[in-house]
Design a protein around this ligand. Structure first.
Ligand SMILES: Nc1ncnc2c1ncn2[C@@H]1O[C@H](COP(=O)(O)OP(=O)(O)OP(=O)(O)O)[C@@H](O)[C@H]1O
Length: 347
């Protein structure tokens, strides 16, 4: 009798959250394998982000910070958590939502509606910039002209610059974007596969809170955050999709695989003989470029001349386009960004 009572008490106890020991657990965190309740999950999730912000001195009081808001899960969680932490810990930040409308009918127009609701829900001012206004082309126009092969190159390059332009317009000190650990591991692997050392070092040197996609999903789900979850209609997804599947297979064998890949990316030592691009400004538009003309201007020039393939392909050694002193490259060196998945920032 005593023994069975003891056993049932023990079973009851094991059904409590292993952090607060009071509430019923609702999930097992893959990272720690702990069974925890909703409230404790919110607390550890938000506290991890707060600690990274504080330890890395990511922000200073009084700064203006734009949150790249696509309406997707990652940036919605980012906007929500950052505005909560800003209030709770008195960071003293002026937060803004910045959205880029790529002009993809049936995709971005719908996700922007989500961001407009987030503007009201989180009380953050929203600025929307469109490719049409910035470049004179929507992605719908571009896809009509070039088809579905290299469209992600145009979209990724234009988005990166559009976010910079939006940041300048809003006069912000910092721009934050949402990338979960799973996406970063894919990017590390893709940059290795492409032999793109410059991007490899950049994709992990950006100060990052590594949060697993599963945790983000759980957080967004429990908090009932309003986000848009459809994949881009123009995303062929081939190369990145392959990397994603490969990483998922690795993870089945070794659950730490994602964090290990990111760590490898962080720890890569770049040979001193490797020529790294120097960051300067584009002679044409004045935005960031490591070449005479930035990639966005090269691509735009190609589109406007009716030669959209002109800017596709990665330049090495300071040339990028036929209006600059082009050196003949062997076919194998003219690797391109063409397989970069739509939606990914061009790190
Ligand atoms: N159209 C956009 N406008 C503003 N920011 C964007 C846009 N697209 C992407 N971003 C920013 O870049 C981040 C990475 O975007 P990407 O589409 O590669 O990843 P994602 O995992 O699908 O992100 P999300 O779930 O937020 O859409 C987003 O979280 C967001 O901060």
């Amino acid at each position: 009798m005593e023994a069975s009572e003891g056993k049932s008490k023990k079973q009851g106890a094991s059904r409590l959250c292993c952090l607060c020991n009071q509430r019923r657990p609702v999930l097992k965190r893959p990272k720690t394998l702990q069974q925890i309740c909703k409230e404790c999950f919110y607390e550890v999730f938000e506290e991890e982000i707060h600690q990274v912000i504080v330890k890395n001195h990511l922000f200073k009081s009084g700064e203006r910070v734009a949150i790249g808001a696509s309406g997707g899960k990652d940036s919605t969680v980012l906007a929500y958590v950052l505005s909560e932490l800003n209030r709770r810990h008195s960071y003293g930040l002026d937060l803004f939502l910045l959205s880029i409308d790529e002009g993809i009918t049936g995709y971005r127009d719908d996700s922007l509606e989500t961001v407009k609701r987030n503007e009201l829900q989180y009380g953050l001012p929203l600025q929307i910039l469109s490719y049409k206004d910035l470049y004179g082309w929507t992605m719908d126009d571009i896809v009509k002209m070039i088809g579905l092969k290299n469209n992600c190159t145009f979209c990724g390059v234009f988005r990166r610059q559009a976010l910079d332009r939006g940041a300048a317009l809003l006069k912000v000190d910092k721009l934050v974007t949402g990338h979960n650990a799973d996406d970063i591991a894919e990017t590390v692997l893709l940059n290795i596969l492409r032999g793109d050392i410059a991007r490899l070092s950049r994709c992990t040197s950006i100060t990052t809170v590594y949060i697993r996609e599963g945790d983000l999903h759980t957080y967004a789900y429990f908090k009932k955050l309003d986000y848009f979850s459809t994949e881009c209609i123009y995303s062929p997804n081939a190369y990145r999709g392959f990397a994603r599947e490969f990483i998922k297979d690795l993870e089945r064998l070794r659950p730490r695989a994602i964090l290990d890949i990111i760590k490898s990316g962080e720890d890569f030592r770049i040979a001193t003989t490797t020529k790294m691009p120097e960051q300067g400004t584009c002679e044409r538009c004045g935005y960031i470029s490591s070449q005479k003309w930035c990639k966005a201007c090269v691509l735009l020039d190609g589109l406007n001349r009716g030669l959209p393939k002109m800017g596709i392909g990665r330049a090495r050694g300071g040339v990028n386009g036929d209006h600059q002193k082009e050196t003949k490259k062997p076919a194998s060196a003219a690797r391109s960004l063409e397989s970069k998945q739509c939606g990914s920032l061009d790190f």
